[in-house]
Design a protein around this ligand. Structure first.
Ligand code: AMP
Length: 217
């Protein structure tokens, strides 16, 4: 299964991607996660991306495209993959298509997570992330067992800098500016399926399972 997840930050793409990745045994490729790791490691790409990520602006296409192309050539993508947060611009989608056609791979579905700005702000401002392993929680919907401590690895659970409200609003604005041509691009290819991402993550998971059974078998 080769899947692309589209949708604004906070639409729940990452949460569903983690479930789907385990269920279908395919890698979850989140460009946001890769950037955060590279920033933490202080790598060259991390240094170039840092200021964009912290402001909630898009990292320039050439940096992100090169990074994804490299990632898609790793062996674990042979049985499929879930792209989460990429592509974000039409130019990225075109670059992805060129890369996939060289690798003789077709995307199966582009899932569009549709929700409102209010839902996003509520979700993201309550989101907490483990500094150590990246596991995500929500102070109301998915709290840790012990406050501030990751259930999975015992690391510190924090509010991401770009999940502060002013940055969230900028990320939504940036998303809205680039999303429309991207959606049109995939609609024209007949790959586009919209789902109601205002549902809570369990209900959404059930809907997605039914959708994949129907589409992919
Ligand atoms: P995310 O976790 O997907 O919301 O991504 C966090 C941040 O990483 C974004 O606000 C951007 O600064 C950067 N980023 C992630 N994916 C992309 C992309 N496809 N193109 C440009 N910037 C990206």
């Amino acid at each position: 299964m080769k899947l692309v997840l589209l949708g604004p930050p906070g639409a729940g793409k990452g949460t569903q991607a983690v479930e789907l990745s385990a269920q279908y045994n395919i890698p979850h490729i989140s460009t946001g996660d890769i950037f955060r790791k590279k920033i933490k490691d202080g790598s060259d790409i991390g240094k170039k991306a840092k200021s964009f990520v912290e402001r909630g602006d898009l990292v320039p296409d050439e940096i992100v495209v090169a990074m994804v192309i490299e990632r898609l050539q790793e062996r674990d993508t042979a049985g499929g993959f879930i792209l989460d947060g990429f592509p974000r611009t039409k130019a990225q989608a075109e670059a992805l298509d060129r890369c996939l056609s060289d690798l003789r791979i077709d995307i199966d579905i582009v899932l569009n997570f549709d929700t409102t700005e209010d839902v996003i702000v509520k979700r993201l401002s309550g989101r907490r992330v483990c500094k150590q392993c990246g596991a995500t929680y929500h102070i109301v919907n998915m709290p840790t067992k012990v406050e501030g401590i990751c259930d999975k690895c015992g690391g510190a659970v924090i509010l991401r800098k770009d999940d502060e409200e002013a940055t969230i609003r900028n990320r939504i604005k940036v998303y809205n500016e680039t999303a429309m041509p991207l959606k049109e691009y995939y609609k024209a290819k007949g790959l586009f399926v919209t789902i109601d991402a205002s549902l809570d993550y369990k209900e959404l998971g059930v809907k997605l399972e039914a959708l994949f059974k129907d589409k992919i078998g």
